[in-house]
Unconditional design. Structure first.
Length: 196
């Protein structure tokens, strides 16, 4: 491997580590309790989105997987509520591993249009909806069984409103900030170019 290639690999690893660290800190520091429960974070997924868009889907999925393991470790106490091994596996996979790894797909539309604001926004919307589906399933299947909602609503409806309300807010905030960033000199970085 040439020194230029090894430099590029090291740089990619360092950038990814920094972005994952920023996302993890944002997920812990900026969490705001939401109306029906749960919470929103201010752009905690945006660093993963940018890495997935900058370096592509494969690297984005790897980065998302690393981030998901960190989120699992931070939320490990949630697994203790499971009343069966299947329920515990559901929490691990559908509340952590799959939804956060999916965010790495955010670069799937890169190169399919001239305006990165549109392709990046499309990636955010699609991957965040994937994340929502995972949380919706566990809300319906696991969490409403463990703690039936106080409104007496049907489990699917409650999970839809509970998870949908904060995920919609996350989609809007992240998309708006990403579009703003694409209108600054950081656009070059996001598209995979070097900043000079």
């Amino acid at each position: 491997m040439s020194s230029a290639n090894s430099h590029a690999v090291v740089r990619r690893l360092v950038e990814t580590a920094i972005m994952i660290a920023i996302g993890t800190v944002l997920s812990e520091v900026t969490k705001i309790d939401w109306v029906l429960g749960g919470g929103i974070t201010i752009c905690s997924m945006l660093p993963l989105v940018l890495i997935g868009y900058r370096y592509g889907v494969k690297w984005g999925l790897f980065s998302g997987l690393v981030y998901s393991v960190l989120q699992l470790l931070l939320g490990l106490n949630n697994v203790q509520y499971a009343t069966s091994a299947l329920m515990a596996a559901g929490i691990v996979l559908l509340d952590y591993i799959v939804p956060y790894t999916c965010i790495g797909l955010s670069g799937m539309f890169k190169g399919r249009g001239k305006d990165p604001r549109i392709t990046l926004s499309a990636g955010i919307i699609v991957t965040f909806l994937m994340r929502f589906v995972c949380h919706f399933i566990t809300g319906w299947w696991i969490w409403d069984v463990l703690w039936p909602n106080e409104f007496g609503w049907a489990s699917p409806l409650y999970s839809l409103l509970y998870n949908g309300s904060y995920m919609l807010t996350e989609i809007v905030i992240t998309t708006v900030v990403a579009v703003i960033l694409c209108s600054t000199p950081l656009r070059k970085y996001i598209q995979g170019e070097d900043l000079k």
